[in-house]
Write a protein that binds this ligand. Structure first.
Ligand code: GLA
Length: 738
């Protein structure tokens, strides 16, 4: 079908910053829907009257198909008026926009296949999930596949391999493809240069993705909280696939917004966007030594001990520990402690880190017993950036960046490989094997350990993982032994296809059982393996995750890099505080800062800078495991600053181990070990708002001093109330000091 000359079909599987339809678009909000799979359902003439109606922009699990995974079909009936074609400027291609589809789709227009993204399990290449890809299929206007002025059927064959299913993260529509659709205007965060004089230079880039030149006017305005700082209009001619860039000089402070538009000359069509400047609040790292390691660390008796002291300051740093228990050895140059402790008990030590200009000192208690992860895990996970395209080389590049960009000096230390490392078949003795992207798993583990980093891996209690790779079902002990042999320190164990094993048994026990089996298998290893339970909050996992040995448990479905997802997940953690204690953490999923993409076409997070401040602040208030989900090798300065603010991270790593409580519509409060309180004041609105907090009404008037945690500055003595103008979706993170 691809060879027919009249049918020009282009498949775009790209992640766009926003889904801009043209004015005369036709929305496709509803479809007829059925679970299952039959080839006849693609046909124009098939009678789907008996199918149920479903909304198209929402996963089917939220529409009455709670635990269904597998094949399903959508059929959208739509009259396509020829007026739509005539309104277009180019009048040559109809665009069918389907937003994202969990996980694979093949799309038909009146029975003609117009595109496919991902591979179905029965495709010869094997299952490949492509949910992060935006589906945009283009059909030539003279294609007989389009029935102008008549009813058309857009049939979508969909396969959900686990997690959520269906069309989501945007509402489908049709419109005509226009000249401006090839244009992108961006202000890439990784090209910003922050200068020492409080200013920054930021390129504004305009690029043409089409093979035809484009002429028009670029206009941009930079405002500082409503006052214009810069206003420019430039006549532009962009060559086919051409690009131009303009350098803007901006102040590095909150409230700087750049609005830009491009008006195409011949059609008058306009592309408009706005972006907030990613202002940095985190102060520059001091030259003086500072210890950033959590104050408590847990290890089981007899397990290999590996811990790298996190400290900043001008290098070289020299590490010393008083009262280091016998059995442990400190490398004074690297701060890596190794060895083994066999006797249960608490060992109080004191760490000293010195350099040419001074010494920092901190207490550090090693607790030998049954509890691990006394503070939430801090590390990196491959999923949100690489998806199943992860490879040993990519993992190692992020691990190197963790060391070289100094993240490890701020406490980041786990490097976790998510789904996509497993070979298609087990060995003859049924051991799990790696695929060719991971030629030497043990070597990777050794390399990480040599640098003081920890090594995480991923599997499922079901026969298959969410990505369709081999899970640990009925091979749990074997797999735990293999992991221990590779030097694994962390296992994310993801429900996925266990759904098919549990079948119709909805009892609590059926849901707990697979996690118990792996708990026993892990316990039998002479290694500390953090057990990260992932089953999206089924059966109130927070109530029993700790009993099956979990140090953390995912509380929700997968996160995405949008405000809607962040808000829905992050702010729904209230009421789960009581299940949190040292060694037991609610997990609202991995972080969505930096460049993400779930496998390909990595894009900068779609969160605004203020939403990112909210994200990091909230995760720290929640005492959430902090797992960076971006490509660390491509880390920009702004994202690095978000991830290296020691006073913010210390809230997450506080040894009291409490999760923040929501005490009013906008305010979350976390108790800290030193008697102070961390307070997050959030603006959930889309505009700037003055938010007033009355400390007395909130029962927080017994504190002396207020500290701005991001800026690391005291604000002043506590007054009866506090008012602050907070950015849209932004936060003010305060510490109340007794
Ligand atoms: C599920 C999990 C994700 C990731 C993928 C891997 O969707 O929730 O975090 O591990 O599986 O396939």
């Amino acid at each position: 079908m691809w060879t027919k000359p009249w049918l020009i079909v282009i498949t775009l599987a790209i992640c766009l910053p926003s889904f801009a339809q043209h004015k005369n678009f036709i929305p496709l909000p509803v479809a007829r829907f059925i679970t299952g799979d039959q080839p006849a359902w693609s046909s124009m003439s098939f009678d789907d009257q008996s199918w149920k109606e479903i909304r198209t922009g929402k996963v089917w699990q939220e529409q009455g198909y709670d635990s269904y995974h597998g094949y399903a079909w959508y059929r959208i009936h739509i009259k396509i008026p020829s007026a739509l074609r005539n309104k277009g400027f180019w009048k040559d291609s109809l665009r069918i926009f389907l937003a994202h589809v969990n996980d694979v789709d093949a799309t038909y227009l009146n029975g003609v296949k117009i595109g496919q993204t991902g591979n179905f399990p029965d495709d010869k290449e094997g299952y490949v999930s492509k949910w992060p890809a935006v589906r945009e299929y283009h059909v030539a206007v003279n294609s007989p596949a389009i029935h102008w002025d008549e009813e058309n059927v857009i049939a979508i064959r969909d396969y959900d391999g686990g997690g959520s299913g269906g069309i989501f993260m945007g509402e489908p529509y049709i419109d005509m493809l226009e000249k401006t659709d090839g244009l992108t205007i961006s202000m890439p965060a990784d090209e910003i240069k922050y200068l020492s004089n409080g200013k920054a230079t930021q390129p504004l880039m305009v690029s043409n993705g089409f093979n035809t030149s484009i002429t028009g006017t670029l206009a941009y305005t930079v405002t500082d909280n409503h006052n214009d700082l810069i206003h420019r209009k430039i006549e532009l001619q962009l060559a086919p696939y051409g690009r131009q860039s303009f350098i803007l000089d901006l102040p590095n402070r909150e409230g700087i917004t750049c609005k830009y538009s491009f008006t195409e000359k011949s059609s008058g069509l306009q592309l408009q966007q706005q972006q907030t400047f990613p202002y940095i609040l985190t102060p520059r790292v001091s030259d003086h030594p500072r210890i950033n390691t959590a104050k408590v660390y847990g290890v089981k008796p007899g397990s290999p001990f590996l811990f790298k002291i996190a400290a900043t300051g001008i290098k070289p740093l020299k590490y010393k520990i008083d009262q280091l228990p016998e059995g442990l050895l400190l490398d004074e140059q690297t701060g890596i402690i190794t060895g083994q402790l066999n006797k249960k008990g608490n060992y109080a030590t004191v760490i000293h880190v010195s350099n040419a200009i001074g010494t920092a000192t901190q207490t550090f208690t090693i607790k030998v017993g049954d509890t691990l992860a006394f503070t939430p895990t801090m590390g990196w996970n491959s999923w949100n950036c690489w998806g199943i395209n992860v490879s040993a080389a990519k993992v190692q590049s992020s691990a190197k960046a963790m060391l070289e960009k100094g993240l490890a000096d701020h406490g980041w230390n786990y490097i976790n490989v998510d789904d996509g490392w497993e070979a298609p078949a087990r060995a003859a003795d049924s051991s799990i094997l790696t695929n060719s992207k991971f030629p030497d798993m043990q070597g990777l583990g050794n390399w990480l350990h040599l640098h003081g980093l920890k090594f995480g891996i991923y599997s499922s209690p079901g026969p298959l993982t969410c990505g369709g790779f081999l899970g640990s079902y009925q091979a749990e002990e074997k797999d735990a032994r293999t992991y221990a042999g590779w030097g694994v320190d962390y296992l994310k164990y993801d429900w996925c296809s266990y759904e098919s094993i549990v079948g119709k048994d909805t009892s609590l026990n059926a849901y707990i059982e697979p996690f118990r089996i792996m708990q026993h298998a892990l316990r039998a290893q002479q290694r500390d393996i953090i057990y990260s339970i992932c089953q999206y909050g089924l059966k109130d996992v927070w109530k029993w995750g700790g009993e099956v040995g979990g140090q953390s448990w995912r509380t929700t479905e997968d996160i995405e890099d949008t405000w809607e997802s962040l808000e829905h997940i992050g702010f729904s953690q209230d009421k789960l505080q009581q299940y949190v204690s040292p060694g037991h953490w609610n997990d609202p999923d991995m972080m969505i800062v930096g460049k993400v993409g779930w496998g390909e076409n990595l894009h900068p997070t779609r969160l605004t800078p203020d939403e990112q401040y909210t994200h990091v602040s909230l995760w720290c208030l929640l005492a959430a495991p902090l797992l960076i989900g971006c490509d660390l090798d491509k880390l920009d300065d702004f994202t690095l600053s978000l991830l290296t603010n020691d006073e913010v991270l210390a809230i997450d790593q506080d040894e009291l181990g409490k999760q923040a409580k929501r005490i009013s519509a906008n305010v979350w409060v976390k108790e800290l070990a030193d008697g102070s309180r961390a307070v997050g004041i959030f603006n959930m609105d889309t505009t700037y708002r003055n938010i007033t907090v009355n400390w007395k009404e909130l029962g927080l008037n017994n504190y002396r001093q207020m500290r701005d945690v991001w800026r690391q500055q005291n604000i002043g003595p506590l007054q009866s109330s506090f008012t602050k103008q907070i950015a849209p979706h932004g936060v003010m993170l305060i510490k109340l000091i007794p």
